[in-house]
Design a protein around this ligand. Structure first.
Ligand code: 5GP
Ligand code: ZN
Length: 105
């Protein structure tokens, strides 16, 4: 599949990884818009939050808990932003679900 985040998850494209688990990965955004800008990404290809299914509940929870863990480990958990862009009108460019973890302000 011609999806950059699937390719990163499969190690077919490089990324600056900060976390890898069974179901979720996290890597630095290539064009950061905060002092710390990390993308937390399920390995499973789901194109958008719009198309999440009931069976994805645990996976989405894992994504959010991973972000929380990274913020704590990297010591910026005093305050940060978690953002899902949804659809083109919501600013989504990459059609593979990802959570922006923005911190270090
Ligand atoms: P979106 O606008 O879809 O919510 O966010 C996509 C994000 O992915 C953007 O912040 C963009 O900078 C980042 N991005 C796009 N392509 C790559 C890539 O190849 N590697 C990494 N690390 N980040 C990327
Ligand atoms: Zn994908």
């Amino acid at each position: 599949m011609n999806c950059i985040f699937c390719q990163i998850a499969n190690k077919e494209q490089p990324a600056d990884f900060v976390y890898e688990g069974d179901k979720v990965i996290a890597f630095k955004d290539i064009k950061p818009s905060a002092p710390v800008h990390i993308l937390v990404v399920p390995k499973k290809h789901i194109d958008s939050v719009k198309n999440l299914e009931e069976g994805d509940r645990d996976l989405v929870s894992e994504v959010i808990f991973t972000a929380k863990k990274i913020a704590k480990e990297q010591k910026f958990d005093e305050g940060y932003k978690l953002v899902f862009n949804v659809g083109r009108k919501g600013g989504q460019i990459i059609d593979h679900v990802h959570l922006h973890l923005l911190g270090g302000f």
